[in-house]
Ligand binder design. Sequence first.
Ligand SMILES: Nc1nc2c(ncn2[C@@H]2O[C@H](COP(=O)(O)OP(=O)(O)O)[C@@H](O)[C@H]2O)c(=O)[nH]1
Ligand SMILES: [Mg+2]
Ligand SMILES: [Zn+2]
Ligand SMILES: [Zn+2]
Length: 500
Amino acid sequence: VTHGSTTAHVVVDIIGGVVGLGVLTALCLLFFSLISVYGGRLSVAGPAPDRGGGQKDPAWPSYLRRQHKLDFAAACRSSIRLYDKAFKRWWAKFPLFIITWPVLACAGIFLSALIAVFYLTQLAVWIVADVSYWLTAGAVRLADTTYAQVRRAQASCPVCYEVMDRPAYKCVGCGALHRDIRAGRLGSVYRACACGRRLPCGVLRAAWQLDAACQRCGARMHRGAAVLRDVRVPVFGEPQAGKTRLIYAGFYDIAGRANAHGWEACFPDESSQARADSGIRQIISGQRTAQTGWPLEPALTCQIGRGTKGALLHAFDAAGDRFRRADGHDELRYFEDGHTLVFVVDPFTVPGLRRVIAAQPRTDLINEYLPAHPRNPDDAYGEVVSRLLSSGTRTREQRLAVVVSRADVLLATGITPPNGSERIRGWLYDNGLHNVVLAAGREFKDVRYFAVASVDGTQAPQPYAPAAPFIWALSTRGFNLLDAPADPVQAAVPVKEPVA
Ligand SMILES: Nc1nc2c(ncn2[C@@H]2O[C@H](COP(=O)(O)OP(=O)(O)O)[C@@H](O)[C@H]2O)c(=O)[nH]1
Ligand SMILES: [Mg+2]
Ligand SMILES: [Zn+2]
Ligand SMILES: [Zn+2]
């Protein structure tokens, strides 16, 4: 107190000192508690990991959902605890409390004020952050939903044939399954797995960055499943009709055409790759395809193109003998979700053709291909389709490709299969396949007829390319492999008058 100062000045100075001290104390307490909360996260003992009631995915909900509230409460609690402790120190006891308690009381007021300011600030931050969180999450979700709707995107399990809107995804860190990877309360752009690993949100990104697993059986699914177009083609027909060979030759042909048009084509899983390798080797070398039954699982899958422009083409070989087993119900599962069913007809079992060929002088070729006791394909068709219908398959929503195999052998015996769906249909009808022709038109949404030679696509006699039924199946799902005008797909070109 300098000379000349008045009593009023002294009072002001004392009040100023006390207030300043209080502010400093409160600030220190607050900073200390903040550091203890956020620095080590040690004092956040209370807040347990919030899995977000009802959420099955092993991920932490976004910080903005609940954790921020818990952290705020913890910060307040620890600063109040520190403040409380101050009253138990020696300098707060008799007789010093006469000085320290007023100081502490002031500090308490400032502490409350600071907590209030802190609350308002974090509330404002939270509101802004939450709004932008939901805007981002909404955008990511919308992109997913729009894509799925527009592209009718689905994913199918190569092992159990389950078809799902989106697969589950495995965490890169701990392998835990995330069943709903879409943006939501667990994350907008990224989510944190329970193990701490950051995973992308939304199918459009997860499909390429994470390993997909079947929602039903957990089997590994193809990379890009649910973003790539999923085209499912069950192939059925009598034993020896030519199903297996059609699939190999067709896929080989598809891959060749894809490459010629600048698409990449591959067999995206080991099992498909291994079987395609041996199957295609037989096609190229012109050998007969092995008689061994093709194990039903998994499907043979070919990927054409990449990213959002690509497609996965799955062919299911429904070995004929399995069909007749009474207990074979589960083996028909993949028919239910098939887009285009392929019914393979051995022309040497078609009554009319058979009569013509049998009347010819015997050659080795005829001896080899003319079965002694053929079953009429009409019966095979009826058996399968009635079973499908009785098991609840909605065939009216599916397409059917009726494929006459062995066009190359027919040509060698002097019979030229007609060209074009309508003509093949008439030809089969005239040769005794009334049931197939009439029933198929009633039972399926759309029926196309093909004649194919299941041989190396580059050597297939035109227009009997084995890829044709698959190209049609792809095109009905919006994937057009061939844009070239001179495309040899029989079904895709309108029926023209025969060239003289
Ligand atoms: N030349 C020729 N042979 C075929 C054709 N389709 C099938 N085969 C042969 O017919 C036999 C039975 O074919 P496969 O595909 O195993 O019949 P699946 O029992 O229906 O699977 C095999 O020896 C094949 O090589 C074809 O289009 N042309
Ligand atoms: Mg077979
Ligand atoms: Zn994890
Ligand atoms: Zn599965």
